[in-house]
Each structure stands twice: as C-alpha cells, then as structure tokens.
Write a protein that binds this ligand. Structure first.
Ligand code: VGL
Ligand code: ZN
Length: 227
C-alpha cells in the first residue's frame, strides 16, 4: 500500500443478524431535485451492489422513504415569511426549514430511477405526521413516535445494521445514532452517503457525534459476503 492511501483497518464479514438500511434515495434528494444533495446520484450504483450482496446472503434489506404530507411543518412554505434553509427550531422540527420535498405520491418522492428496489424486504416511510419531522428511520423527531423499524429488525433477529443513502448529516446521522441507542452495532458505509451541509456545521456535528457514540465507518469493499 502506498503512503498516500488511507489505512484500512477494518473489514467485516456478513453473517446472520445483519441488515442493510438504504436511506431516502428519492428523486428530490438527487441533484436538480427539490432538496438536491450534491453527488447524491453518484452513490446509487454502489448502493445497488451492496443491496445485492446482502440479498444474496439472505440478509435483510430495508429502504426508507421520506414521505411528507403537503404543507408539512418542516417546509419553509408552511411558515409565513420564511425561506428554505432559514434557521428554525421548534419541537420536532429544525435546525433549518426545508424546501417542499418528498410530498407523498409526487415524482420527487419516488425512488431514483435505476435504484434496484427489488432487493428490499421492506420500505419504511417516515415524516407523514404534519407537525413533526422524522430524520431517523427509527423514531420521529419528537423522540416518542416509533416508525416500526426497530420491531421489524428485532423480530428478524437483526443485531448489526449497515447504513447508506441520503443525507449523511440528517437521516443517515439520526438513524445511526438511534441505532446505537437501541443497542444495534452500527456501520455507516462512508462512500455511499452524501451530506446536505445546511447549516454548514451539520456535517462536522454529525461526524463527531457518530464517532463519539461508537458508530463504525467502513467502505463497501471492506464488507465480505456471507459464506
Ligand atoms: C432529509 C432533510 C429533510 C434526509 C429529509 O433524508 O436526510 N433531510 N428531510
Ligand atoms: Zn424531509
């Protein structure tokens, strides 16, 4: 290995009890979408490959879908005089307001074309209560209302979760940290996620918090198939 290559000190062999969660790979989070994430489209092929790897090993694959009602309170348009990405804190919302995105049944809420949804065992939708956002795939931002994902995973014997998708500093971050809190071992697949970056410090907060809480960071090619 040459000196300028990052040191790779971890690899993981898949086993019974592993699950993949691919977060919010929807049109509105793709470049040009309502809440476009830079380079969000570049991870789709890699996510397909890792979904196939889990699926072939007989392991659980879950897709999540941001699924807002029209005029959702997380949208700037629902607040008089506010603009997308304005700072905003209220119970179950913030730290910023968003452009209208992922409205239920809209084209923007559809999975990105080419995403191999055929590999998914389940699709978890979130963010459908009008006054509460849900960044985590496990529990809404009120920290009370479960999405059902925990029960789904536990009843299938899942102990380790591997997370990829969009966006690193919101839905991936909150899903990872909740996963730890609920007692799962959590891996984030680093090159298969991209951040929103609003506010700018959201990325460093997410990375530092995940590191502190014990989230593991791996690359897709460090994940070995189940034998
Ligand atoms: C997300 C902001 C608003 C995400 C969803 O999927 O990370 N971010 N809604
Ligand atoms: Zn949303």
């Amino acid at each position: 290995m040459s000196a300028d290559q990052p040191v790779r000190n971890e690899w993981v062999k898949l086993e019974h009890g592993d699950a993949l969660i691919a977060v919010d790979l929807q049109n509105d989070f793709m470049p040009g979408g309502a809440l476009g994430v830079r380079e969000g489209d570049t991870i789709v092929e890699g996510v397909n490959s890792v979904m196939e790897l889990f699926s072939r090993g007989g392991l659980t694959v879950v897709l999540t879908q941001d699924w807002h009602v029209p005029e959702h309170y997380s949208f700037a348009s629902a607040h008089e005089g506010r603009n997308p990405f304005d700072l905003y804190e209220a119970s179950g919302l913030g730290p910023v307001l968003w452009p209208d995105h992922c409205v239920q049944g809209s084209e923007g809420s559809d999975f990105k074309k080419g995403l191999k949804t055929v590999f998914a065992n389940a699709i978890i939708r979130k963010g459908y209560h009008k006054t509460i956002d849900s960044y985590s795939a496990f529990i809404e931002n009120d920290k009370k209302t479960p999405t059902g994902l925990e029960g789904y995973l536990r009843s299938r014997g899942v102990e380790r979760i591997f997370i990829c998708g969009l966006a690193l500093d919101y839905c991936v971050f909150f899903t990872a940290v909740d996963g730890i809190r609920l007692g799962f071992k959590v891996y984030v697949i680093v090159e298969l996620t991209k951040p929103v970056g609003s506010p700018p410090e959201s990325i460093s907060i997410a990375m530092e918090t995940m590191t502190d809480k014990g989230v593991h960071f791996i690359h897709a090619d460090e994940i070995r198939p189940r034998s």
